[in-house]
Design a protein around this ligand. Structure first.
Ligand SMILES: Nc1ncnc2c1ncn2[C@@H]1O[C@H](COP(=O)(O)OP(=O)(O)OP(=O)(O)O)[C@@H](O)[C@H]1O
Ligand code: SF4
Ligand SMILES: [Mg+2]
Length: 363
């Protein structure tokens, strides 16, 4: 994305997050490499989808983007200003006003003891937005924005359905009129019947308010349909950034192809690309390319050096791979290639893929 630093809402540069693990010795605790060398720019109004298997660092990336998690190294810039060199109150004001976050489980994300009105007023009070009357008016606007009746303003979260609670969480994220909303698995704790409603609400709000949206989900087909750009993560690293329209058949990284091959199309069913072996531990990522222990195209070079990003032919498409999938190569032929390289029969899906959601195509 060719967005200048000042135009970008948020920009990550070489961001790393390393945790101390519970494992290891007292003085030599293992390290968990949750995020490694992440570069990412979020431009106003765009939707970025983030995909990858469990534990690959999606939530860590989301938390770094909204200033909840401080990177161990690297920078996070908001509107060109380095977030973590700001004074704490300035940082809180910047993050609070510019971003909103929606978490997976609204029942734990909302304070159970506060009525909806107080939950929605809280960010306005903390950031001292408007007079008391204006804040009450904003609460009413927010309820209407997310399709909740005014009568629910006095309800406690425990008196609401899961879908209604997530609507409250979305309204709270929008309270300060942010330019960016980060939604981390916003529907996975909800009943299947209300998931599509919440996704459609997010799409609608994005269009009406001109929001940028970073959307994390295991439901990769929904991510593809909602997003302008899809980021693939593997073991803490961003390994591909692709325009959403190209990701299924035009992605060049073997892992992205494998991930998207796991949801067969109804018209032209394709066996998933088989991947062998487990995801390696984030405490001991393999040398070189972290995907090499499961990649059917891996060779000695992959073990020695992590590839740099290569620009693909389409704008906004780049990937990190020494032996990328050839441009235009159909996934069908990769299945046979992977089977013969790994001696596997197709059938083992590389990721858990829930049933597709019925969401409308974004305009
Ligand atoms: N506070 C922490 N301390 C130690 N390790 C952590 C901590 N938070 C995350 N991790 C580890 O960092 C890695 C990335 O975690 P993260 O939650 O970002 O993954 P994820 O892609 O969101 O996974 P999921 O799809 O299951 O939500 C994992 O190995 C996780 O166990
Ligand atoms: S660099 Fe090598 S191991 Fe990594 S994805 Fe590419 S071919 Fe596979
Ligand atoms: Mg997560």
């Amino acid at each position: 994305m060719n967005t200048s630093p000042a135009e970008a809402l948020v920009r990550l540069s070489d961001a790393h997050v390393v945790h101390k693990a519970r494992s290891g010795g007292v003085f030599t605790r293992d390290r968990v490499y949750a995020l490694t060398g992440a570069d990412l720019t979020v431009a106003p109004g765009e939707t970025i989808g983030v995909v990858g298997e469990s534990g690959c660092g999606k939530s860590t990336l989301a938390k770094v983007l909204v200033g909840v998690q401080r990177p161990t190294s690297g920078t996070v810039s908001f509107g060109g200003r380095d977030l973590w060199s700001l004074k704490p109150d300035e940082r809180r004001a910047t993050v609070g006003a510019d971003t909103g976050m929606i978490f997976q489980d609204p029942s734990t994300a909302l304070n159970r003891r506060l009525p909806v009105r107080r939950i929605l007023r809280d960010p306005l009070d903390v950031h001292r937005r408007g007079s008391a009357a204006e804040r009450e008016q904003r609460v009413r606007e927010l309820l209407a924005l997310v399709g909740l009746p005014r009568a629910l303003a006095d309800a406690l979260p425990g008196q609401l359905s899961g879908g209604q609670r997530q609507r409250v969480a979305i309204a709270r994220a929008l309270a300060l009129d942010p330019g960016l909303v980060v939604a981390d698995e916003p529907t996975s704790a909800l009943d299947v019947s209300v998931r599509a409603q919440i996704l459609n609400l997010l799409l609608d709000l994005r269009e009406r308010l001109g929001l940028a949206l970073v959307f994390v989900s295991h439901d990769i087909q929904t991510v593809r349909r909602m997003s302008d750009r899809v980021i693939t993560m593997y073991l803490g690293r961003i390994v591909e950034e692709s325009p959403a329209g190209r990701v299924t058949d035009g992605s060049r990284h073997p892992y992205t192809r494998a991930l998207f091959s796991a949801t067969p199309g109804l018209l032209e069913p394709v066996e998933p690309i088989p991947l062998t072996g487990p995801v390696p531990s984030a405490t001991r990522p393999p040398s070189g390319c972290p995907f090499r222990t499961r990649c059917w195209r891996a060779d000695g070079e992959c073990a020695t050096r992590m590839p740099e990003f290569t620009a693909a032919s389409a704008p906004g498409h780049r990937f990190r791979c020494h032996h990328p999938v050839e441009e235009g190569r159909p996934t069908r032929t990769l299945v046979a290639q992977a089977e013969s390289a790994t001696g596997t029969a197709a059938g083992a899906a590389p990721a858990d893929v829930p049933p597709q959601q019925h969401i409308r195509e974004p305009s």
